[in-house]
Design a protein around this ligand. Sequence first.
Ligand code: NAD
Length: 318
Amino acid sequence: MDKIKVAVIGVGHLGRFHAKKFTEIPEAELLAIVDINPERIEETLNLLEEKRHSIKTFTNYKEVIPLVDAVSIATPTITHYEIAKDFLFAGKAVFLEKPLAHELSLAEELVEISIKKNLPFQIGYIERFQEPVKKLLQNVRDPLFIEAHRLSSFTERNLDIDVILDLMIHDLDLTLLLKDYKKIEFIHAVGAPLFTPLPDIVNARVVFEDGTTCNFTASRISLNRQRKFRVFSKGAYYVVDTIEKSYLEVRVDLQKREYKLDRKSFPESDPLKEELVSFIKCIINGEKVKVTGESALKSLELAFQIKKQVENNFKKYL
Ligand code: NAD
């Protein structure tokens, strides 16, 4: 069987690791890497060590369109629409980093094109491939309260989007999966642009029609990193930490007034490799990708509702 010929577009902080992982997937052939910045290309070739000699390099992504079967796009969000659209129109399978696009209408258009052309179109919600998150999604029934903290320290990267599209979107995605995309009744969100012109810290309270209440905090100006997602349901609560790669399930025996703890950690898991393997296998087997454009659109829609509230509330309090 022929290998799937792949290119990675944008080999900055994240894309270089996409490139590295593709070289470790036997069913894929990393044919090319592309970046408008030749320094990023050189750094990535160094990371690829002896495999560097077989890899073509380009500064213009359009040149690789006819050469590949599939592409992974890890460029800044404002460029996602244009690049993904060109590959989809050319009939190529596309892995696109999150968030889908910087505007909802552009994201909708990309999803529509991928459906019309019946192409594998996977979005980079890497958290879904984290082992503790998989365990959480398997075990939680009827969540009543969700609390998520996703904090990062400030970097010069991804400043084309706010912290909602940059970080909070992962927790929105997981929540909508847990709630099976049920209807939302109420949103209140506040935030502030502190280091950049866009909100860098945001808190959102989202209440579903059935009463499930979610409290999301995302910051990209914290001193320490944190990735904690807690879910409370009747008689149990769950804590997932995707930095520690740990899972904790606490069951409450109300009669004995006792806690039963189930603690697991997954130090060896490699969610980036797993999501790219999954993408390649879906291309080969003709299966539906695990993170579809349609599902990514749902969390983007919620992100945009939160964004609007933050902007309105910020103006109100000024
Ligand atoms: P980065 O700035 O480090 O890398 C982006 C790279 O794209 C840069 O090297 C830049 O030179 C290059 N680039 C810009 N325009 C280009 C173009 N037209 N053609 C080719 N190359 C181009 O940013 P990053 O942190 O690697 O983020 C990239 C994307 O990945 C963003 O969409 C971000 O939201 C996403 N991301 C996702 C996760 C995740 O958890 N899934 C984590 C980090 C970043």
